[in-house]
Design a protein around this ligand. Structure first.
Ligand SMILES: *[C@@H]1O[C@H](CO)[C@@H](O)[C@H](O)[C@H]1NC(C)=O
Ligand SMILES: *[C@@H]1O[C@H](CO)[C@@H](O)[C@H](O)[C@H]1NC(C)=O
Ligand SMILES: *[C@@H]1O[C@H](CO)[C@@H](O)[C@H](O)[C@H]1NC(C)=O
Ligand SMILES: *[C@@H]1O[C@H](CO)[C@@H](O)[C@H](O)[C@H]1NC(C)=O
Length: 387
């Protein structure tokens, strides 16, 4: 899916046309990346193709100059000049400094000097080297015992989102114990505690399954559509961002006391963005918002839908205007993994069993020779799935 912001300066009667900017939005640290800019020059002569990172020029190609291609040094920009040409620039590697907004600018020759530009944001992620770990587990638990465990993710960027599940159900919030992440340079190690007293109700067919799941999702873009309502007359106006979410259901004018009923729909993408409504800079309170399930589309695409419903009041206006905006926050899940602990009631076996499955996880097996009347076995299995 390509999220593209194209701002075009149109010159009358000209024909240079920017078709696409193709840059992976989310790239793993170290990987190479192509910056591709495709355009149609039709009858125009090409004057230049220039690339900028955060508005600073990094590469230019002028067909009539010698040399035709030139690059400019920038932290995090490793251009392979042999593989780069007119509209395609190859960054042979990336690091955390490579993050930024890359803009392509294509200009036609005189007399039109028509210029078309488009940009894309590149975000770099760093995966953890290992699966999360769980500390604080005991060799065995009995009903009435306190489970007091911590799930710790290895350093990553962005930080992992951790969640605890008890018997495949999301653990109640009051069982979870938030711990601040540990910093390691620009990487973060997320941590989440889980504390509860084992009850019979927690045992599912005599077992208690604890799972800590870790999701690393890189946010890579935000886009907004704004509904702008002016006081006199209360006319509404939409200010759209290209390829952003869409607001629909709004009226052309609003009177005080009238309802604003609208939906915000995201574009169709592989991973639907999170939508949020803002009213004059503040997030709209949940009672005005209607959450709908994700809408599935062919080609494993999906879109998000978020409704809003409230009555227009005087206090909604600031200096005679009201701004209602729907923001879409796009994220790409780059890693999911989990650690699972199954505590089972057993009459025969004793002790702690640890086993690992999948890449990246480290496993070991050991047993404590104790035997009790009611024994619980802990089976720790580690899964690691890269997406
Ligand atoms: C960019 O262009 C290069 C060279 O033409 C091509 O090999 C690569 O697949 C393209 N990448 C993307 C993301 O479009
Ligand atoms: C739970 O464990 C943490 C350390 O892992 C400890 O600091 C805390 O005191 C424990 N809480 C209880 C109620 O035992
Ligand atoms: C918003 O979407 C829901 C679900 O599709 C639909 O029932 C409702 O009528 C829509 N509202 C508006 C104002 O378009
Ligand atoms: C939308 O609202 C948020 C929150 O106030 C704000 O940060 C953002 O700039 C707004 N977007 C636009 C385009 O006004």
């Amino acid at each position: 899916m390509i999220i593209l912001l194209i701002t075009a300066m149109f010159a009358q009667g000209s024909s240079l046309r920017l078709i696409d900017i193709e840059v992976n939005s989310v790239v793993q640290k170290g990987d190479p990346v192509w910056l591709n800019c495709t355009f149609d020059q039709e009858s125009e002569d090409l004057y230049s193709v220039k690339w900028y990172k955060n508005s600073v020029e990094i590469y230019r190609y002028l067909p009539k100059e010698h040399p035709q291609a030139q690059s400019y040094e920038q932290p995090g920009v490793y251009i392979d000049m042999d593989r780069s040409s007119v509209g395609h620039v190859y960054l042979q590697k990336t690091d955390l400094e490579s993050e930024g907004i890359y803009r392509c600018e294509v200009s036609a020759e005189a007399p039109s000097f028509q210029t078309e530009r488009g940009e894309k944001e590149l975000r770099i992620y760093v995966l953890p080297r290992e699966t999360p770990t769980v500390t604080g587990t005991h060799g065995h638990y009995s009903v009435g015992d306190l489970v007091n465990v911590t799930c710790s993710a290895k350093p990553s960027k962005p930080a992992a989102d951790l969640q605890w599940y008890i018997n495949d159900k999301k653990a109640p919030v009051h069982f979870e114990w938030p711990l601040s992440p540990l910093k390691e340079g620009r990487l973060l190690s997320s941590r989440l505690g889980l504390r509860f007293v084992v009850e019979h109700a927690h045992l599912w067919h005599g077992t208690l399954n604890l799972r800590c799941s870790s999701v690393i999702a890189q946010e890579y873009s935000r886009s907004v559509e704004e509904l702008y309502i002016k006081d006199m007359p209360k006319s509404s106006e939409l200010r759209a961002a290209k390829d952003g979410p869409r607001i629909n259901g709004q009226k052309s004018t609003y009177r005080l006391g009238e309802s604003v009923v609208a939906n915000c729909t995201s574009p169709k993408v592989k991973e639907a963005p999170k939508l949020r409504w803002f009213l004059n800079e503040n997030e709209v309170s949940p009672e005005y918002v209607t959450r709908y399930p994700l809408v599935k589309h062919p080609g494993s695409l999906e879109s998000a839908l978020l409704g809003i419903h409230f009555n227009v009041r005087e206090h909604h206006f600031r200096n005679g205007e009201m701004r209602l905006n729907c923001t879409a926050i796009f994220k790409k899940t780059v890693d999911t993994s989990h650690v699972e602990t199954v505590i089972g009631a057993s009459q025969q076996s004793s002790g702690l069993q640890v086993s690992a499955k999948g890449g990246g996880g480290s496993g070991s097996t050991c047993s404590s020779g104790k035997s009790l009347e009611l024994l619980f076995t802990i089976l720790l299995s580690v899964w690691f799935i890269y997406c």
